[in-house]
Write a protein that binds this ligand. Structure first.
Ligand code: NDP
Ligand code: GDR
Length: 372
């Protein structure tokens, strides 16, 4: 039986990857951070009681900033495969916490690779690094592929650029089977609530149910190549099953704007929107409501405004990936379109919003965080 270690197992991708590897018969180990609240909501459904004599999923307390902890866990687990998904993964937050982001995302990757080397696991342990389309930043070529030059535009992307190259370096210098997956944006109902797609689907579902009044957004003309996290974790595993380690772009090859994603989400709720005004004064107004998903919404209501707080000091305006190499060499193609994913996300957020509305109607109010 193969053993895998996942950093970031409590995150969006970590949870889908853990499910995927368990189904493949792996023993899965994950690193979770100590927090003052439970932070395992995304993996509770696959959690196994530690009193079980032979659990297939084991969690270890740890942190990518803690070298001795990472080294001890690697020594105990001796994994066949390490998936380094742990990161301070929010681009906007990285402008506010640049040093921490570098420590976790850049040096954290070095710590893991160096621990593999220090423990003499170079020939046993395969390493996957969660690299990102943010490396392309100010794009030099359209669409972006493995050979497109990098121009990172945030402390997050600069930290991930170090992680990318240290992964390549340990492959070249020490013969470690180490690969970068250069993944374009991927989402799901488990996406963190402050990333743009989930902020939109959750925010509009809450507005539809009367739990919030208005959604405040940043640059809604940004263009992204959005896929589904389920499709992308399959590819993370495939990359570690080859004879020779290589880096791959993972994308759908189709691009949409944040504005389009807003329109789709509203349409799923039976709301037709029209945009009025320009720049920071632009708003989205309800044109009509055609379903019972949105009982709290009325024509003429302003449901979205622009708030410059959500603009970034340096923006990545457009990203579009070319997944040809992944298709040709690994036979990978994404199965879920951005529109299908949007439908799934809205449906899940609407379910939650309905539950919250019912609780509220019965005097059992739950706080709905407006932070985005
Ligand atoms: P999430 O933000 O959902 O998950 C990040 C994970 O990292 C969480 O488990 C988080 O723990 C953990 N983490 C954060 N800081 C530390 C730390 N100091 N030590 C250990 N663990 C830590 O990200 P995603 O699942 O979306 O992304 C997975 C990886 O892929 C990330 O590295 C991200 O940068 C990268 N990526 C993501 C893309 C996407 O579109 N989703 C695209 C390209 C790359 P906790 O739950 O406690 O916060
Ligand atoms: P991104 O994802 O920065 O691409 O990084 P995010 O969803 O945060 O932003 C996408 C685009 O939407 C614009 N935007 C807003 N973004 C947020 N979060 N909130 C807003 O209110 C808002 N309004 C407009 C952004 O400016 C941006 O252009 C994600 C993360 O998962 C990274 O970890 C990963 O590496 C990259 O995708 C690929």
């Amino acid at each position: 039986m193969k053993r895998a270690l996942i950093t970031g197992i409590t995150g969006q991708d970590g949870s889908y990857l853990a499910e995927f590897l368990l189904e493949k018969g792996y023993e899965v180990h994950g690193i979770k951070r100590r927090a003052s609240l439970f932070n395992t909501g995304r993996i509770d459904h696959i959690y196994q009681d530690p009193h079980n004599p032979n659990p297939k999923l084991k969690l270890h307390y740890g942190d990518l900033t803690d070298t001795s902890n990472l080294t001890r866990i690697l020594r105990e687990v001796e994994p066949d495969e390490v998936y380094n998904l742990g990161a301070q993964s929010h681009v906007a937050v990285s402008f506010e916490a640049p040093e921490y982001t570098a420590d976790v995302d850049a040096i954290g990757t070095l710590r893991l690779l160096e621990a593999i080397r220090f423990l003499g696991l170079e020939k046993k342990t395969r390493f996957y690094q969660a690299s990102t389309s943010e490396l392309y930043g100010l794009v030099q070529e359209v669409p972006q592929r493995e050979t497109t030059p990098f121009h990172p535009r945030s402390p997050y992307a600069v930290a991930k650029m170090y992680a990318y190259w240290i992964t390549v370096n340990y492959r070249e210098a020490y013969g470690i089977y180490a690969c970068n997956g250069i993944l374009f944006n991927h989402e799901s109902p488990r996406r963190g609530e402050t990333f743009v797609t989930r902020k939109i689907t959750r925010g509009l579902a809450n507005i539809a149910q009367g739990l919030e009044d208005c959604l405040y957004m940043g640059n809604i003309d940004a263009l992204r190549d959005w896929g589904h996290a389920k499709d992308y974790v399959r590819m993370q595993w495939m990359m570690l099953q080859q004879d020779v380690p290589e880096d791959f772009v993972i994308a759908t090859g189709v691009q949409y704007s944040v504005r389009e994603f807003i329109q789709w989400s509203a349409a799923e709720l039976g709301i037709r929107l029209r945009f009025e005004g320009a720049g920071v004064d632009e708003v989205a107004v309800v044109d009509s409501v055609t379903s019972n998903h949105a009982p709290a919404v009325k024509p003429g209501q302003v449901v979205l405004r622009i708030d410059p707080r959500y603009f970034r000091p340096a923006e990545v305006e457009t990203l579009l990936g070319d997944p040809t190499k992944a298709k040709e060499k690994l036979g990978w193609t994404p199965q879920i379109t951005a529109q299908q994913m949007c439908r799934e996300m809205v449906a899940e957020d609407l379910k939650t919003a309905r539950r919250h509305r019912l609780l509220k109607e019965h005097g059992l109010d739950l706080p709905v965080s407006l932070e985005g």
